[in-house]
Design a protein around this ligand. Sequence first.
Ligand SMILES: Nc1nc2c(ncn2[C@@H]2O[C@H](COP(=O)(O)OP(=O)(O)O)[C@@H](O)[C@H]2O)c(=O)[nH]1
Ligand SMILES: [Mg+2]
Ligand SMILES: [Zn+2]
Length: 298
Amino acid sequence: MPTGQVIKTYNGFYYIKREGEALTLSTELLSCRLRGRLKREKGAVVTGDIVQYELLGDGTGVIEQCLPRKSLLHRPAVANIDQVIITFAIKEPDVNSLLLNRFLVLAEWSNIPEIVICFNKMDLSSAHSEEIMKPYMEAGYRVVFVSAHSRRGIDELRRLLKDRVTVFAGPSGVGKSSLLNAIDTELDLTTGGISEKIKRGKHTTRAACLLPVADGGIVVDTPGFSAAELEQLDKGSLAGYFPEFRPFMENCHYNTCTHSHEPDCGIKNALSDGLISQERYDAYLNILQTILDRKKAY
Ligand SMILES: Nc1nc2c(ncn2[C@@H]2O[C@H](COP(=O)(O)OP(=O)(O)O)[C@@H](O)[C@H]2O)c(=O)[nH]1
Ligand SMILES: [Mg+2]
Ligand SMILES: [Zn+2]
């Protein structure tokens, strides 16, 4: 059976790029329906999925099977993302470190293999930029310092996108669309001012689609994803989504330790020894509280 990748979905149709074909703006996609058994299962096939399909006589196809996913972003549902570029600005607006940490946890939880932090608007100021990003660089994350306006770091971003499926995350106004336009002028995305929410109307949800960019990269075009669903996380697994916490967890006295109030906690000891940052630990406690509050509400 032939294999392909779902590039977008619309009204019960799944548009597929055949295996071995490159994705460009002129690639002809195959429109497919789902086999009945897959239709009954919610979320059985989403954008980004690698699927096997049967070709019908009329030039359309039927998806028979979805292959195992490498990663899954939940809202919007997109499978097999290789990389997330979490974008913030040095100012206008200032970095919201709690939100940055929520995005990092969401990316770790979604099993996205490459996680990059992109620090935009470096033309406005470069003061303290390394200091602001220090906890994240120390945690092992790659940070790129860029400016869509001065084009600093744009070549580096373009290299990062090559041969990967990438999603840009981050609050509105930090310059995600501007960066994509700087990477590939053909994209011509709307920037600034006009709220995408208003443009589309409050209640229209638009599904994500995969979009080719210059030099062989693919970006996920999404109306934006939220880190809200983090409350679905299990409190026991949260600390594991902070990569630099992992080596210290085995020193906790209790194996059910939540690293908050318990004595003899490996993570709290590492914090007081200066081995993990206060900012990251505070974010951990904050997200933990979100999870506990949700559990109480039931
Ligand atoms: N000074 C400066 N402003 C930028 C830069 N990148 C984007 N902006 C501005 O920030 C605003 C929001 O940009 P936009 O790309 O729409 O952000 P998005 O909401 O994340 O897609 C616009 O007014 C842009 O002109 C940059 O590198 N430097
Ligand atoms: Mg935008
Ligand atoms: Zn602990």
